[in-house]
Ligand binder design. Sequence first.
Ligand code: CTP
Length: 415
Amino acid sequence: MTKVITYGTYDLLHYGHKRLLERAKALGDYLIVGVTADNFDKNRGKINVQQSLMERIEGVKATGLADEIIIEEYEGQKIDDIRRYDIDIFTVGSDWIGKFDYLNEYCKVVYLPRTEGVSSTQVRSDKRKLKIRVIEDNGIGRKIVREGKFVNGIEVLKDDSSEVEDAIYLVSHPKRHYEIIKSAILSGKHVLCESPIATNATECKELFSLAKANNVVLMDAIKTAYATAYTRLLLLVKSGAIGKVVSVDATCTSLMGTVAADKLVDKWNSITAWGPTALLPVFQILGTEYIDKHIFSQYLDKEKKFDGFTKIDFIYPEAVASIKVAKAAKSEGNLVITGTEGYIYVPAPWWKTDYFEVKYENQNMNKRLFYQLEGEGIRYELVAFSKAIESGKNSSYVREEVSVAIANIMGCWEA
Ligand code: CTP
């Protein structure tokens, strides 16, 4: 029996894929198709894949051409697979000519002519682009426009563009969020908002209900929440890798330099600038139902609106958490998650990390994990936002209750 193997992403399965699979199948008696895992594609710089791994597998399955479907998860896996499945022929389209000659050592390599005129990239770009307008007052717009270019199916418009938008990416001062978001939702626009969505829980809840009633997506933009390393860390913790979590400690600081007292009102204070990011692992790991909290702040103004430094301690029934945020103090910006069996350590600056360590009493069990982070997470955030809009469901990187709990903390500075 001649066994053939081929690999691909197979996003939005098209005629070119089908023809390739037919010819691959015809090369032998048994065809194995390797479909790339989402993370594997991301690491290769392919972040625009529209369908999930399961959907892509279903697509390949539906052709009825694959005798077996496997998942391609890591660099170098092809050699492993060829040995494990006792493969005779490896084949891919001619767009890869030469790239896989190294496999000749293990089996026969065949490049099949690629079907002209069709590709997943083209199918994706034929769809109407989602137009997202950046509303900002701090010059970050250019960065978002630049990151938007990496994401298929969207176009990021500058604040002053005359085009009509489908959605907004709001980065203005938090005190303006509520009004801007409300009017955007009422005119049927989706909203991605730099956290906090609102400066108190009541307004935040109201905006979420309004978004639901108007069938639009309202999403919290905390870049860290969309970063691969961070999402992997959460999964590890949830799967019990460090036992039961007893403490979460997060610190985020950045010095803003000297600011005149009358200019402070236009700046994001420490809690709005850093609070959402620091609170994210606390609420995502321990939940939002803490029993008590204690806030300590040092203020830069008489009105006690602008905190230069804040520390918050949370008490949960069986755990504690603590965050430190500052724009007028400097500290080590790391994240430590303490568990009954081990701990996770994310070095500074943990909020944009591509790396963390899982540590145990027995050092031989320690693990260091790396995950590529491109563009500070902005492009992943844009991908998640456009997918949420397309699928009509919030992809829940940041759940509504977490957004509301964050806004609730912001509310402590409003009184
Ligand atoms: N393929 C083909 N003819 C096409 C498109 C793809 O023969 N018109 C082949 C590729 O050479 C590969 C397999 O189908 O062996 C899976 O390709 P994949 O990368 O998933 O599809 P593309 O359409 O090339 O995707 P993209 O546009 O995202 O690069």
